[in-house]
Design a protein around this ligand. Structure first.
Ligand SMILES: *[C@@H]1O[C@H](CO)[C@@H](O)[C@H](O)[C@H]1NC(C)=O
Ligand SMILES: *[C@@H]1O[C@H](CO)[C@@H](O)[C@H](O)[C@H]1NC(C)=O
Ligand SMILES: *[C@@H]1O[C@H](CO)[C@@H](O)[C@H](O)[C@H]1NC(C)=O
Ligand SMILES: *[C@@H]1O[C@H](CO)[C@@H](O)[C@H](O)[C@H]1NC(C)=O
Ligand SMILES: *[C@@H]1O[C@H](CO)[C@@H](O)[C@H](O)[C@H]1NC(C)=O
Ligand SMILES: *[C@@H]1O[C@H](CO)[C@@H](O)[C@H](O)[C@H]1NC(C)=O
Length: 406
């Protein structure tokens, strides 16, 4: 099997040797076959789709099903890994509606994730995992993309779309407006990040509307992914940004079916917004929907259940954090599987992800934090999986999964 596995990999990739400093990461393996590889061709994968979750209710026109979620399964010819990868993501150039470009408010309002090919038509991370023998699941979150939604549904009246300058300022050209200290380090976006650049236009066109990021809505997404795991069995989750809190919720709801979570710059920091806007957020620390703590927290019954402390940084390049006072309430379900949190060098998350990391450590979670700069991968922002060096990065995740998930 090993022999076949290597053959399979080399059939798809040319390996390029590069020196990366990973002294602090015990799982890092410079001999890993796909490290820094150059993808040559897409592997064949069998594609099927199905819907999960949802519930029947009586609408004005009779009985309807709502909150079901579209899922696509991509299965390579040769499956080499026991657990599939489930990307926690938004839609990919699906039936999109722009509502009102001037009302965009926050990163949480955006779903521009693209795990398939990149906007400049290079191989994406889903293809990488397929080439390495993983089954991959891609879903459009509830009420987005191919997961049906009805505009008359009141919650969707607050649907927001992505503003052009917001996308440029925070995601793909932060080095121009420098709204956080690390932004100047960004170099990896493929293209000029201007309207008229074909890569930019593809990227911007892939963005879709999204529903409000409140607790009840988030719970419908968590419920749908929980139904997915009930159907497909134990899996590894790869979440990004707003998918981060969904991933925590799914891990909390199905701790025995989540084998690991890789959280790419999960939405944060704890209890408040920073950089893009300010003020309270994520009332359950890392989530807006309720999540299991020990001792238990029910903010409806006790709005002051958390005792928060402000922990200030002496480094002006790093945010001041809101954490729990000790003894911190624990996240017992999220302790049951390993978690890799991931932050790039130049993302706005580089300013505050240490707050999320510290919060999770306080809460007793089995967590490692991969900061790309620590292993010499520089210049990425929030959408690293579609940036120029995306294929240099993704073998690290594969490596971590193979070293950690048993
Ligand atoms: C690798 O990282 C360690 C710890 O940060 C540092 O001491 C060392 O100088 C680095 N080595 C290289 C070759 O960059
Ligand atoms: C819808 O209404 C009908 C008729 O009142 C009722 O029998 C049925 O149980 C209702 N279904 C749901 C899902 O509430
Ligand atoms: C879009 O939202 C802005 C800000 O709320 C508002 O002023 C404007 O009228 C809206 N435009 C449309 C077409 O609804
Ligand atoms: C839209 O959001 C605002 C602010 O959160 C809220 O007050 C309002 O009730 C929402 N409207 C709908 C129709 O959900
Ligand atoms: C949280 O507290 C509210 C108000 O006391 C109660 O209605 C609700 O059932 C509680 N939720 C849980 C999950 O216990
Ligand atoms: C700590 O950080 C908070 C929030 O950034 C700030 O309001 C406060 O003044 C800081 N305190 C000190 C002592 O610097």
């Amino acid at each position: 099997m090993l022999f076949f596995s290597l053959l399979y990999i080399f059939a798809q990739y040319t390996v390029v040797v590069s020196a990366i400093n990973a002294t602090s990461l015990s799982w890092y393996d410079p001999q890993f076959p796909a490290l820094n590889a150059t993808p040559r061709e897409e592997v064949f994968a069998r594609r099927t789709y199905f819907y999960v979750g949802g519930r029947y209710s009586n609408g004005t026109g009779g009985s309807v099903i709502t909150d079901q979620m579209y899922v696509e399964k991509l299965e390579p010819q040769v499956v080499l890994h026991k657990y599939p990868i489930v990307f926690i993501t938004g839609g990919f150039q699906t039936a999109t509606v722009r509502t009102n470009l001037s009302t965009c408010k926050a990163a949480a309002d955006f779903h521009i994730q693209n795990w398939l090919n990149t906007p400049d038509d290079r191989t994406g991370w889903a293809s990488y995992f397929l080439s390495q023998g993983y089954i991959v699941y891609l879903a459009d979150h509830v009420k987005r993309g191919r997961s049906p939604w009805i505009v008359a549904d009141s919650a969707l009246l607050n649907t927001t779309a992505t503003g052009l300058t917001f996308v440029q300022d925070y995601f793909i050209a932060g080095e121009r407006t420098k709204l956080w200290p690390q932004a100047v380090l960004h170099t990896q976006w493929p293209g000029t990040a201007e309207v008229g650049d074909p890569t930019f236009d593809q990227f911007y066109a892939s963005q879709i509307q999204t529903a409000p990021n409140d607790g009840p809505f988030s719970q419908t997404v968590v419920d749908a992914y929980s139904a997915l795991l009930d159907k497909i069995g134990a899996s590894v989750l790869v979440s990004h940004s707003q998918g981060g809190p969904y991933g925590w919720g799914i891990g909390d709801a199905r701790p025995d079916l989540v084998k690991a979570i890789i959280a790419l710059e999960p939405e944060g920091p704890p209890f408040e917004n920073q950089v893009q806007r300010t003020g309270p957020a994520r009332s359950y620390g890392i989530t807006t929907a309720p999540i299991t703590y020990s001792p238990a927290v029910n903010l409806t019954a006790d709005a002051n259940a958390f005792t928060k402390v402000r922990v200030n940084s002496t480094d002006p390049n790093l945010a001041n954090c809101l954490l729990q006072a000790e003894p911190a309430k624990q996240l017992p379900n999220l302790k049951k599987f390993p978690i890799l949190m991931y932050t790039t060098e130049a993302s706005y998350h580089a300013f505050y992800d240490h707050c999320t990391y510290s919060y999770l450590v306080q809460a007793g979670v089995n967590l490692e934090w991969l900061q790309l700069k620590d292993i010499g991968i520089l210049g990425n922002a929030h959408f690293s999986f579609m940036e120029k060096n995306n294929m240099e990065i993704v073998p690290l995740l594969d490596m971590w999964i193979q070293a950690t998930v048993k």
